[in-house]
Design a protein around this ligand. Structure first.
Ligand code: NAD
Ligand code: GLY
Length: 361
């Protein structure tokens, strides 16, 4: 097992990464303070892993909260079912919530923990590659709104993140690829050495080589923990973690949640941000080729869906948390391994990116 620490003063917490960690009773139990526990999961993950987590908590009579599976259920309406369950079971402020699942469950359980009785402790047990390398770390929680992705939420840190790499054994290939989008992101925004490592090791990752996956998860979490420790509430550098997200969120909202996977939309969004960075004269064509090639090799899209016109894209992109005083800000690449957040790009160049970086309709 490897342990990283996210350094946030009195809200610091460990990130455990290793094989078989959900079978380690003490690891989970030492982060539970009170006598009540609720496990929030979904109908796909529950039959796979709920019993394995539950067995450690039998004396605490854990409450199971099993939600429907899918990005389309990451909503206030479905979140309310968590509150219904907690209230029906008379859960008090010392109840610990455990998020068992991918990023959808982690974001929803985290937001439930942030708001139930104004805040109860929670623990992340992420079970998708995407949630293990990104969403379980850093305390962004929330739900979607029909008008915008992740628009309702809170910053709220977990007490611990327990990453059992064995859970990836049951993850479908398409979901593994979606997680690789966020892995590639770290190479692009701040870790060029990792980008080169990914070019050399992508086939092993796709083949689920355990050691290679564990390295990529650890390196990704290290990158994320460093950025979040420097800027927990996204007043500066943390926004660079959103490379491709303004484009990607527009795709997710525009197509309807769940049509493209989050990681797929981010992959296309990163290719679009790369294209715009080239148009601004920041990235050479050779780097654009390298970036697109790696994303494609990860079996991810590098073009937006043709169904979204540039005009519609611009409308959707206007609903973004990085918009300030009505001005759209984007994460772009100054070079491979260095990202900036900027509103200084000619609108016409953005329109060219939107026009050219789409699949045929
Ligand atoms: P997800 O949670 O929908 O999980 C993907 C699918 O895999 C689901 O069908 C799920 O039931 C299934 N699954 C989960 N674990 C499994 C396992 N071990 N074996 C088999 N199937 C399994 O999607 P995701 O990609 O994990 O997360 C995407 C979400 O994360 C989006 O809502 C996105 O906005 C959010 N996100 C949040 C942050 C953050 O910082 N909070 C960062 C990135 C993404
Ligand atoms: N996934 C972006 C962030 O956590 O800031």
């Amino acid at each position: 097992m490897k342990i990283l620490h996210l350094d946030l003063g009195d809200r610091s917490y460990p990130i455990y990464i290793g094989s078989g960690l959900i079978d380690q009773s003490d690891l989970l139990k030492k982060h539970i303070a009170g006598q009540r526990v609720a496990i929030v999961t979904n109908e796909t993950v529950a039959p796979l892993y709920l019993a394995k987590v539950r067995v450690h908590l039998d004396t605490l009579q854990p409450l199971d909260v099993i939600l429907p599976d899918g990005e389309q259920y990451k909503s206030l309406e479905v979140l309310n079912r968590v509150f219904d369950a907690l209230l029906n079971a008379h859960c008090d402020r010392r109840t610990t919530l455990i998020a068992l699942g991918g990023g959808v469950i982690g974001d929803m359980a985290g937001f439930a923990a942030a708001s139930y009785q104004r805040g109860v402790p929670f623990i992340q047990i992420p079970t998708t590659l995407l949630s293990q390398v990104d969403s379980s770390v850093g305390g962004k929680t929330g739900v979607n709104h029909p008008l915008g992705k992740n628009m309702i939420g809170a910053f709220y840190q977990p007490r611990a993140v327990i990453i059992d790499t064995d859970t990836l054994d049951t993850l479908p290939d398409r979901e593994l690829s979606a997680g690789l989008a966020e892995v590639i992101k770290y190479g692009l925004i701040r870790d060029p050495e990792f980008f080169s490592w990914l070019e050399h090791n992508l086939d092993k990752l796709l083949a689920r080589d355990a050691e290679t996956l564990a390295f990529a998860i650890h390196r990704s979490c290290r990158n994320k923990a460093e950025v979040v420790a420097a800027d927990e509430r996204e007043s500066g550098v943390r926004a660079t973690l959103n490379l491709g997200h303004t484009f990607g969120h527009a795709i997710e909202t525009g197509l309807g949640y769940g049509e493209w996977l989050h990681g797929e939309a981010i992959a296309a969004g990163m290719a679009m941000a790369t294209d715009l960075s080239r148009r601004l004269g920041w990235l050479p064509g050779a780097d654009v080729t390298r970036i697109e090639k790696l994303i494609r090799r990860a079996r991810l899209p590098v073009r937006a869906p043709g169904a979204l016109s540039p005009g519609r894209f611009l409308e959707l992109m206007a609903v973004d948390k990085k918009v300030q005083d009505g001005r759209l800000r984007l994460v772009l690449l100054k070079r491979l391994g260095e990202a900036v957040v900027t509103d200084e790009f000619p609108r016409v160049e953005l329109e060219k990116t939107l026009m050219t970086m789409r699949e045929a309709a």
